[in-house]
Ligand binder design. Structure first.
Ligand code: 4NP
Length: 231
């Protein structure tokens, strides 16, 4: 492999990597600025005098956050199922999934006991600490998944103007989770039919429904990320 000997002013961001390089690439002298976008992830084959590979691979994770209101019912279920699907797809090293709520009532608590129960019934494990999403969160996110239309609109309002303001922008994506359900993909977001019904005041059966609906959308999320990463 050809190598460049120096790298200066390197910047890692969720959307890619930019740096100035200088030195020899093969027999050619190089002194130029270059960048990669996340839709064309780092081209392996460059040998750069840059951070440790482990630091690089952590920093270049594709980041997904599932967002609901309280972060104790729907978005933790989505997080756990998506983590499972990315592991099965062999993409666990590349993709980091977490979740948060737009509200702060449950920060410092734990997932709803019915969330824990329904996940365990279906063979998933959960160890979750509810969090609230804040505006600074947006800088590092590739894909925000709103659980319902209210979450979607709240996220649009919260987003710094330079990141997410519409359904699909170059830097990051704001989508409703259920828009990845193959039978719902034609609906424009936000749309009430794309809502993942809030089970908080409901029954264990409502939690079963949430889990089933998340499972229907999960493979579509994996396919979308593959495309976004040009895999
Ligand atoms: P989640 O459900 O948004 O799916 O976590 C809720 C959790 C808590 C409340 C509402 C919905 N709450 O009003 O506290």
């Amino acid at each position: 492999m050809d190598c460049v000997s120096n790298i200066g002013d390197g910047r890692l961001s969720p959307s890619g990597f930019s740096a100035t390089i200088s030195g020899l690439l093969g027999s050619q002298a190089v002194d130029k600025k270059f960048s990669y976008k996340s839709s064309q992830p780092f081209v392996h084959g460059y040998c750069l005098d840059v951070p440790e590979p482990s630091a690089l691979s952590t920093a270049q994770s594709y980041r997904i956050t599932a967002v609901c209101l309280g972060n104790i019912c729907r978005s933790p279920i989505a997080e756990i199922i998506l983590v499972d699907r990315f592991e099965r797809a062999g993409l666990a090293q590349l993709v980091q999934v977490d979740s948060a709520g737009t509200g702060d009532w449950h920060v410092g608590g734990r997932a709803d006991r019915r969330t824990i129960a329904v996940l365990r019934r279906h063979g998933y494990d959960i160890d979750h600490s509810p969090r609230q999403i804040t505006a600074d969160w947006f800088a590092g996110i590739n894909l925000l998944l709103a659980m319902d239309s209210t979450n979607f609109r709240d996220l649009q309002r919260m987003a710094p103007s330079s990141s997410v303001k519409s359904v699909h922008m170059s830097r990051s994506h704001l989508r409703m989770l259920r828009s990845f359900d193959p039978v719902l993909s034609a609906l424009p977001a936000p749309h009430p039919e794309l809502d993942l019904p809030d089970p908080y005041y409901g029954t264990p059966e409502d939690f079963e429904l949430v889990l089933a609906l998340v499972e229907r959308a999960a493979d579509g999320v994996v396919d979308f990320v593959r495309q976004d990463l040009a895999l």
